[in-house]
Design a protein around this ligand. Sequence first.
Ligand code: 5GP
Length: 192
Amino acid sequence: MSDENIPRRGLMLVLSSPSGAGKTTLSRRLLQSDPGIVMSVSATTRAPRPNEIDGQDYFFVTPAKFDEMVAANEFLEHATVFGNMYGTPRGPVMAALEAGKDVLFDIDWQGTQQLKQQARDDMASVFVVPPSKAELERRLRIRAQDSEAVVRERMAKANNELSHWAEYDYLLMNDDIQHAMGKLEEILRVER
Ligand code: 5GP
């Protein structure tokens, strides 16, 4: 992470949540419905899931390449999540903000804290929560892309992630996707 501050241009909209709260669906819909906002594509050392596309969902890189990017100060923020490294490449974000675009980030609470130190007023952070822990577990299971061990691990870690909700500007309950989408669009309107 560098000490440089990001000059005020486009808005940085951060979405965080435990896995399974519906954040991915919300970000996809927002990107489709709003041409003024672009997604920040993170780099990760995690293995791609079957439906994921390199360069679109993530830049899938080796740990050695990730370390190289850290050393070259190529990340706005980076953190270890579930044993894998994740980072936000600086270049595309800066280019989008300078072009007056808003940028959407799907990052965890550690990354949000790092971004906040640089962005200050140019950033709005939203923490997406499921209606209940039982519903979160149900969603993780029907997703069925992760192994049972991963589901259990993520469920356990959800409790820790949920404890960071108060560090966010907005708390968004995803009870119903249409309803949550409406609230997210309203947050963006207000922040703009
Ligand atoms: P997943 O492996 O399920 O795609 O993501 C796991 C977690 O890593 C999610 O909470 C997601 O928000 C977070 N994450 C994804 N990309 C980044 C990033 O660039 N930086 C940080 N700090 N977290 C990230």
